[in-house]
Design a protein around this ligand. Structure first.
Ligand SMILES: Cc1cc2nc3c(=O)[nH]c(=O)nc-3n(C[C@H](O)[C@H](O)[C@H](O)COP(=O)(O)OP(=O)(O)OC[C@H]3O[C@@H](n4cnc5c(N)ncnc54)[C@H](O)[C@@H]3O)c2cc1C
Length: 485
């Protein structure tokens, strides 16, 4: 418990109106988008200045409590879930686009700006911010930088780290640094900027972010392709890439997901097919037309049942929504939705999907699969019910096997959602002791009192063993072992 006098000092720093501690507020900030993980914070802070954040972190070092940064709380690995003895530090109210610099193709933004609002604002002046997470209408750019978020355009345009040019960071000590800047080339010193991208709120709090922008592509075209067999869809993906076309999006849905999407969004999708691809090409119109024609003939060669090409922008957004609503559509089926992001080299996508389906069947579980076929980032999604302990236990075992299979195929346990709390057990296993030890040392130097989001990504001491801490009982066990302290 954080002592009352310390909480009073925190209230004093941010001001009474920016300090929340009612039971309802604590519950509201006790979870994020990750199922089965919850922990109440002791208070929620709404800092109004960089100085506030700095003072809060200095006090945390003095009084030894933890601070958990939080954007929109849409994370899927438990990054913004409070740890024991912690306060939640919100940055989602810092939501201004400070500057769009058309000469340098950059934008300074506050960390709480919603990613989709950055898309709209820069597109209005003919520019383009490519990273496009499925959650773009709700997630913040601060959360994206902390998770190094990917999304639908990752195949052609890369992920968040490819677009961060500078960050203002409040370090765990309370000191403030500005790393990076508008210079396209800058090799002075260690590359601290990239070090913070993907740090999952454990190494610093971002208060301003400088983004790289691109000229907006002249045009884009969207298509849906239906298949009877997943292997035909996978062969089409391989051939599209081999033909040296890089679509802006190359996404797939399996049969369960297609059925759920149709029941939810009524897009006219056939529910008897095994798989569909959502493909988008963008760039100069003559090139896009050529690419679409080539993609069309590749898909036809691989026994596509039907190819639907959008006729206008409205139609394109309808076709795109078949993929965009996948998570929401699956989440309606059962009370608990465990969405993961096991990732494999793209040549292994069909094999991995086959393995996932076999694992799901062997544990008698319902899975929907969708994801980024073009970059091998899959989202096996278990539709379950957290009240059924036996089913949750089977789901844990299934994901354990899925992650092992992904790693054995040369892949990884997370392509874009981060490690957080949900996957630290797996990460510790696949990264091995030397890497984890190095990360612990880095964390120890930057945050010697472990005040900032401790116990995320890896345990601070090598005490956590066993499987993923999904249930409250497991979390309690790990807390009792001092794993998060
Ligand atoms: C429907 C749905 C679809 C999704 N699709 C995608 C997708 O396609 N691609 C993808 O990558 N992710 C996806 N996600 C996951 C999630 O939206 C991303 O991880 C996103 O980046 C989280 O942003 P947030 O603002 O919600 O951050 P939060 O969940 O609040 O926090 C995430 C992490 O960032 C840290 N953090 C937040 N703000 C700051 C800050 N100012 N300074 C330092 N650290 C900070 C937190 O401590 C935490 O560790 C999806 C989630 C949902 C629910």
């Amino acid at each position: 418990m954080i002592p009352e006098r310390t909480l009073a000092r925190l209230k004093n720093i941010v001001g009474v109106g920016n300090y929340l501690d009612s039971p309802e507020d604590k519950i509201a900030y006790s979870y994020d988008g990750t199922p089965l993980l919850r922990q109440l914070p002791e208070a929620i802070l709404i800092p109004r200045s960089v100085a506030h954040i700095s003072q809060i972190l200095k006090l945390a070092n003095e009084e030894k409590f933890s601070v958990v940064p939080r954007g929109s709380g849409s994370g899927l690995s438990g990054g913004s879930i409070p740890v024991e003895n912690s306060v939640v530090l919100l940055t989602n109210h810092w939501n201004k686009i400070l500057e769009i610099d058309r000469a340098n193709l950059t934008a300074w933004v506050e960390p709480g700006v919603i990613t989709g609002q950055i898309h709209s604002a820069v597109e209005e002046v003919g520019l383009f911010y490519p990273p496009d997470p499925g959650s773009s209408t709700i997630c913040t750019i601060g959360g994206n930088v902390a998770e190094n978020a990917g999304g639908l355009r990752g195949l052609k345009y890369g992920v968040t780290k490819n677009y961060v040019m500078g960050i203002e960071v409040v370090l765990p000590s309370g000191e403030v640094i500005l790393t990076g800047g508008k210079s396209v080339k800058d090799v002075a010193g260690y590359n601290l900027k990239d070090f913070f991208v993907g740090s999952e709120g454990t190494l610093g709090v971002f208060t301003r972010i400088l983004l790289k922008l691109l000229p907006k592509p002249d045009t884009s075209r969207t298509m849906l392709v239906y298949y009877d067999k997943i292997s035909d869809a996978a062969d089409s993906v391989s051939d599209i890439i081999a033909s040296k076309i890089t679509p802006a999006a190359l996404e797939f849905l399996d049969r369960t997901t297609i059925k759920c999407v149709e029941e939810y969004a009524h897009l006219g999708l056939p529910t008897s097919i095994e798989s569909l691809l959502m493909i988008e090409a963008d760039g100069r119109s003559s090139v896009v037309d050529e690419d679409i024609a080539t993609i069309r003939s590749i898909c036809a060669r691989h026994k596509a049942l039907e190819i639907r090409i959008a006729v206008d922008d409205e139609d394109a957004s309808k076709l795109r929504s078949a993929r965009k609503v996948a998570f929401s559509a699956l989440a309606r089926v059962r009370p608990t939705t465990i969405l993961e992001d096991a990732t494999v080299p793209r040549s292994e996508v069909a094999r991995m999907l086959d393995i996932i389906n076999r694992i799901a069947a062997s544990h008698a579980l319902l899975f929907g699969n969708f994801g980024h076929a073009g970059d091998g980032n899959l989202h096996p999604t278990c539709l379950t019910d957290e009240r059924d302990k036996n089913e949750i236990h089977r789901a844990e075992k299934a994901f354990d096997e899925i992650f092992n299979a992904a790693v054995n195929l040369g892949g990884t346990i997370t392509g874009e959602h981060g490690t957080g709390l949900a996957k630290k057990q797996f990460f510790e296993k696949v990264a091995g002791p030397a890497q984890i030890d190095m990360m612990r040392k880095i964390k120890g130097v930057i945050d010697p009192n472990a005040v900032l989001n401790p116990g995320k990504i890896f345990s601070l001491s090598p005490k956590c063993e066993g499987t993923m801490p999904r249930t409250q009982e497991q979390i309690k066990k790990y807390l009792d072992m001092g794993a998060y302290s």
